[in-house]
Design a protein around this ligand. Structure first.
Ligand code: FES
Length: 137
């Protein structure tokens, strides 16, 4: 994604905060996980279904500051269909590209809450798959 200017970034964040994308629960997720920021109590819960090592559906619910909720909404929009390996490769810099480096540096814990939680989701999914394979084998 090309870098947006500051006012475009703010508009985009506010739009995602006011109209969060994919804001709902999934009935039968492969993994659902709540992530929280202990410093402020803000939370996001991710619901993820995986097929062939790719995100088949990703949704969220949550309560908290504008940046945490907007960044998670953007994440669900951009990573639908992504492979688990792609998600594992994402880092702080990826969040900067997504929502703008200034926002991320001002409020790093808010900006990365969604991605940190999603990375934990992938880890749990992989562990569950491994456990299933071991039990079947
Ligand atoms: Fe709590 Fe932003 S102030 S996540």
């Amino acid at each position: 994604m090309s870098e947006l200017d500051r006012s475009e970034q703010i508009e985009l964040l506010l739009d995602h905060f006011n109209n969060p994308r994919n804001y709902r629960q999934i009935d039968n997720p492969d993994v659902s996980l709540q992530g929280g920021n202990p410093g402020c109590g803000d939370i996001v819960t991710l619901y993820v279904r995986v097929h062939d090592d790719r995100i088949e559906e990703i949704t969220f619910t949550g309560e908290g500051c504008t940046i945490s909720q907007a960044a998670t909404s953007m994440l669900t929009e951009q990573l639908n269909g992504a492979s688990l390996a792609e998600i594992e490769a994402l880092d702080f810099h990826s969040v900067e590209e997504m929502i703008g480096s200034e926002m991320v540096h001002t409020r790093p814990k808010c900006a990365t809450l969604g991605l940190d939680t999603l990375k934990k989701v992938v880890k749990i999914y992989r562990e569950n798959e491994l456990r299933k394979n071991l039990e079947d084998g």
